[in-house]
Design a protein around this ligand. Structure first.
Ligand code: CAA
Length: 379
């Protein structure tokens, strides 16, 4: 296997696979249909060290390497992409920025509970009028005695209503444009953070996605994450890692779609033979396999660079672009292989088709990934 994984990495992958099959798979369809958040599963993942996998043990994490995290995430996503995104956001864009940019006090106060899974975290960058153009955000931080008061709206916040600590970007100096944006760790457990009803989504229905109003939400001076005016750097650095995670999520979903299609192609008969004997189906399966394998290699490459703490903006965006676009295609073909049954909520490919769709949108659309890749190539 490329890269040559260590025994420890493979053991973590196998533990994730076993847990996913034993504990996540049985209720996945019912949770999706009921839009039920998998609170007990997330608690168990925390106990296994999966909510802060790359965070040192001293700060409550598992202290394992980035490839192990990616291997585990793919296995979880293969079974339930809603669980995977909950885990991914906590690991990549809540814990990781606090580890990289946080002070010792912030690590003790916020990272320990987040990485141990005692509380959930998230990332408040996007706003109703600032998604792809993140630098156009409008949320304002006004200086007050001992800290800042945040006012504005944040949109599509994963782990809203179920999370507590959110890495949050706001304008601290409106005269400085993008250099006037700063990052904070916001405690959502206060009256000034108003969470709306969770969004009713096409997919990932058992993950929480929420619109948030910040109404004089207080952050102390000590909650500033990184330097004043470096909020976008904190955000985009976090997203480099986050995008590898979403690419791994896409690979997991696509692998499941392929596995389901192979099994179905052997058992479903038309014209007197299993449909897998028809060349049309064989061509689909072969192309699905090629896309899954190629995506996985791109994810491993980006993850290996992240593992070495090398700059990986180009590799992360390339992996996300290719893996998510491929996964959408693979899931579409899976529905086609299943025919009418693929359109039925009784079959898992229907959920995969809905779940995968957001992967080309969140943590930067495919159009933004192309922009990031091209900028890296041309700079
Ligand atoms: N790492 C660190 N710093 C970075 C960086 C990176 N990868 N990329 C850029 N920066 C820095 C730049 O150096 C710059 O700082 P300086 O001026 O000091 O050099 C600063 O960040 C701003 O960069 P740009 O001027 O290049 O920013 P831009 O306005 O041109 O935007 C963009 C670039 C790529 C389009 C960016 O806005 C972007 O990625 N947009 C998509 C936003 C996104 O992915 N949102 C996802 C929301 S989170 C989510 O979905 C999570 C979830 O819950 C599932």
């Amino acid at each position: 296997m490329f890269p040559a994984f260590t025994e420890d990495q493979l053991a973590i992958r196998d533990a994730a696979r076993d847990f996913a099959m034993a504990e996540i798979e049985p209720g996945a369809m019912a949770r999706d249909h009921a839009s039920e958040f998998p609170a007990d599963i997330i608690r168990q993942l925390g106990e296994m060290g999966f909510m802060g996998m790359n965070i040192p043990e001293a700060y409550g994490g598992a202290g394992v390497d980035y490839l192990s995290y990616i291997l585990a995430l793919e296995e979880i996503a293969r079974v339930d992409a809603s669980v995977a995104v909950t885990m991914s956001v906590n690991n990549s864009v809540a814990c990781a920025p606090i580890l990289k940019f946080g002070t010792e006090d912030q690590k003790q106060k916020y990272l320990k509970p987040l990485a141990s899974g005692a509380v959930l975290g998230g990332f408040m960058l996007t706003e109703p009028d600032a998604g792809s153009d993140a630098g156009a955000l409008q949320c304002k931080a006004t200086k007050v005695d001992g800290g800042w008061k945040l006012n504005g709206a944040k949109a599509w916040i994963t782990n809203g209503t179920v999370g507590r600590y959110f890495v949050t970007m706001a304008i601290t100096d409106p005269t400085k444009g993008k250099k006037g944006i700063s990052a904070f760790v916001l405690d959502a457990d206060q009256a000034g953070v108003v969470m709306a009803k969770p969004e009713h989504k096409m997919g990932l229905r058992s993950s929480r996605t929420v619109m948030v109003a910040l109404e004089d939400a207080f952050v102390a001076d000590g909650d500033l994450l990184g330097q004043l005016g470096e909020g976008l750097k904190v955000a985009f650095n976090g997203l480099d890692g986050g995008r590898i995670g979403i690419a791994a999520q896409a690979v997991g979903i696509a692998q499941r779609a392929l596995d389901e299609s192979i099994a179905y192609a052997k058992t479903r008969h038309t014209f007197g033979v299993p449909i897998g004997e028809h060349q049309a189906i064989q061509i689909y399966l072969a192309e699905m396999e090629a896309k899954v394998q190629a995506s996985r290699l791109l994810v491993y490459k980006a993850a290996s660079m992240k593992n070495e703490d090398l700059p990986c903006t180009l590799e992360a965006a390339t992996a996300k672009l290719f893996a998510t676009e491929s996964a959408v295609w693979v899931c579409d073909r899976a529905v086609q292989v299943f025919g009418g049954y693929g359109y039925s909520a009784e079959y898992v490919v229907e959920r995969l088709y809905r779940d995968v769709r957001v992967t080309t949108i969140y943590e930067g659309t495919s159009e933004i990934q192309r922009m990031v890749v091209a900028r890296q190539l041309l700079k």
